[in-house]
Write a new protein. Sequence first.
Length: 69
Amino acid sequence: MSKTAFLTLLNRDNSVLSPHFGKAKWIAIVDDSGRIEFEQNTVLNGRAVVEIVARHGCKDVVFTEVGPG
């Protein structure tokens, strides 16, 4: 089963994407069936985002921007 991560501002299925990769407050994990699972990025840094996405086995990540850091 393939999963995709969306970096969002809120933990709702209609939330807009976060404008910052590492500062995304929520990661929405969406599987092939459309089921959505949210995980909070409590550390608010890029490494935490990567770890969450990898732990869930996501093959793709959708975000808007990556800053200079």
